[in-house]
Structures are given as C-alpha cells and as structure tokens.
Design a protein. Structure first.
Length: 139
C-alpha cells in the first residue's frame, strides 16, 4: 500500500475511497456491489428470532409487555438502527471525501406504532400495525 493509500481519516483511507467511488461509475462494478442483499430469519419460539446475513447473526425479540422475553432488540429497533447506520455511512463517506475530520458523530431515531381498532388488530390482512411516523435526527 502506498503512503497516500495508507493515510487515514475518520478510520478510512481517502485514496482508496476515491478509487472505489470512481469505480462505481462503471455499471458492471455498481451492479456487482448493489446486491441483492439477503437475510434469513428463523423463528426461535415466542416472538424470538435469529437472523442470518452473510457471516453475521443477530437475535430479535419483543418487549416483555408483549408477552415476550425482551432478550434482544425488536425488528423495529433494528430497522431504525439500519436507517441510522446508512445515514452515518453517507455522512462519514462525504466528510472523508471532503477532508473533514469527524471528532464525534451520533444519530438517533424513533418510531411509533399506532394500533387503530380492535377489528383491525384481529385482522390478519392488513398487518397488525401501521407506522404513524418515523423521525430521524442527527445529534
């Protein structure tokens, strides 16, 4: 690795990032890194589940108030974390490309589910809950 390629900013190598971004202009390279992304989710009993993605696994559960064991984050919390992670990647990428050093970075997300009527909740179709609002903020 050359000296330029070994220089780091924000835990990344700006020269390498520049090469990667430039390579994405090639439609074949872009297609190769654009997915499809896959996850397999296996029921573990109750509301518990385990998800498998590439070489990674995560546990899922629901809060105890929903007759669950609260042994892991809920799928909703993972969705918020995924969106926050995507936003962070974009922010860090663009800051690094512009030579901006990040000293601290955090974003937060919150989401509320609204349960409408008893008939709606009993129905298998449509789903049990609808997102009322999703809000993400950068701190």
């Amino acid at each position: 690795m050359s000296k330029a390629q070994s220089e780091e900013l924000n835990g990344l190598h700006p020269a390498k990032i520049k090469e990667i971004v430039e390579s994405l202009k090639n439609p074949e390279v872009l297609k190769a890194v654009s997915g499809p992304w896959r996850a397999r989710v296996q029921w573990q009993g109750g509301f518990r589940a385990k998800a498998y993605m590439r070489t990674h696994t995560i546990e899922l559960d629901e809060p105890a108030g929903l007759d669950a064991t609260d042994l892991a984050a809920s799928a909703h919390e993972y969705i918020l974390s995924a969106v926050g992670g995507c936003m962070m990647v974009g922010f860090v990428l663009n800051a690094t490309k512009k030579g901006i050093k990040i000293h601290d970075l955090e974003n937060t997300g919150d989401h509320e589910l609204v349960f409408t009527t008893v008939e709606f909740l009993k129905s298998a179709n449509p789903p049990l809950a609808v997102p009322d609002k999703v809000r993400l903020t950068a701190a």
